[in-house]
Design a protein around this ligand. Structure first.
Ligand code: SF4
Ligand code: SF4
Length: 75
């Protein structure tokens, strides 16, 4: 079984995109927040990234590619 199944995952979905965040892998570096030109992402009070505007996501993949810890995935 894939070990990722056991990780706590936040999922945000529209008809166009799904954004998955593995909270335990997110170290709160804010790289993804900074690179998202659509302002889809923000930090929560625990220092983990959250999605604040999934509708604005244009699937540019920058957050997915640049996250050093593979904590955010765009599908
Ligand atoms: S780039 Fe990755 S580790 Fe850094 S805040 Fe975003 S999801 Fe978390
Ligand atoms: S894929 Fe692009 S637009 Fe969507 S959340 Fe990531 S950086 Fe923002």
């Amino acid at each position: 079984m894939n070990s990722l199944v056991h990780q706590r995952c936040r999922v945000y979905t529209t008809e166009k995109v799904t954004i998955r965040i593995l909270e335990e892998w997110c170290k709160g570096c804010e790289i993804c927040v900074d690179v998202c030109k659509k302002h889809c992402l923000a930090m929560d009070i625990l220092g983990k990234v959250k999605v604040v505007n999934v509708e604005a996501c244009n699937k540019c993949l920058l957050c997915d590619v640049l996250c050093p810890d593979f904590a955010i995935a765009i599908e």
